[in-house]
Design a binder for this molecule. Structure first.
Ligand SMILES: *Cc1c(COP(=O)(O)O)cnc(C)c1O
Length: 234
């Protein structure tokens, strides 16, 4: 049983890396500049161990409680945990403890709470700002015209290190339809990068269904669950 899972995950990971490489090469990018975040939400600890042994080191979780339990269960593994989900203020104190990077900062209040909790434990927390490019009402994230202000704010906070942007594109059958979303975030990154003289900002965009297009449009981090671990039971 475990061996079947290992074979499956191993094959999936190889396919994902191969697709990242090809997409990057299509647009003349170096595939080594693209970080794979393995999204392990709902995935059992045993499968995360297998993925780790295969060579994945960065795992993304989207629920504070589930993440806390997994971090504890896997504390002997040198895993770099990323938090990618909607974050409530009252969960920040837990999430700051284990997160190398929080991808999903979507309000000033949340940013200030992260700064406060990071200060308490003597940490500088790396964060990305989630941007709602598509304008869908159900999506979290800052509006594009709020970005300049929030970046300015973040740069003044002592325990926050602003690292870039994240977006989630609408789910569509043909990812070509949402290429503009990734382009839109890349444009924001470029203009903020110029305005604040910030080099090397990250662009966290692309999931199982659309990461090839996201890589073509400049993603530096892709967040992939299903294409590695298989379909999640809801
Ligand atoms: C679940 C999730 C992903 C991964 O989605 P897949 O389609 O399974 O690859 C990426 N980003 C966020 C924020 C998620 O919640």
């Amino acid at each position: 049983m475990t061996e079947d899972i290992r074979t499956l995950i191993d094959a999936n990971v190889k396919k994902v890396f191969e697709k990242i490489r090809k997409s990057a090469e299509r647009v003349g990018r170096d595939p080594n500049n693209i970080t794979l975040v393995a999204v392990s939400k709902t995935v059992p600890v045993e499968a995360i161990k297998i993925a780790y042994e295969i060579g994945l080191k960065i795992f993304g979780e989207n629920r504070a409680q589930e993440a806390r339990e997994k971090v504890e269960a896997l504390k002997d593994f040198d895993i770099r945990w990323h938090f990618i989900g909607r974050l409530q203020r009252n969960k920040v104190k837990y999430v700051v403890k284990f997160s190398e990077l929080i991808h999903s900062v979507d309000s000033v209040d949340l940013l200030l709470e992260i700064n406060k909790r990071a200060e308490k434990i003597g940490k500088i927390q790396d964060v990305l700002f989630e941007v709602n490019i598509s304008g869908e009402e159900t999506k979290a994230g800052f509006k594009p015209n709020e970005i300049e202000h929030i970046v300015e704010k973040a740069l003044k906070l002592e325990n926050i290190r602003f690292k870039g942007f994240m977006t989630m594109a609408p789910f569509v059958k043909d990812p070509e339809e949402i290429r503009w979303v990734f382009k839109g975030l890349k444009d924001i990154k470029d203009s903020i990068s110029k305005e604040f003289s910030l080099e090397k900002l990250e662009l966290s965009m692309g999931m199982s269904n659309d990461f090839e297009v996201a890589v073509e449009e400049g993603a530096t981090m892709v967040r992939i669950g299903t294409a590695i671990f298989g379909r999640r039971d809801k």
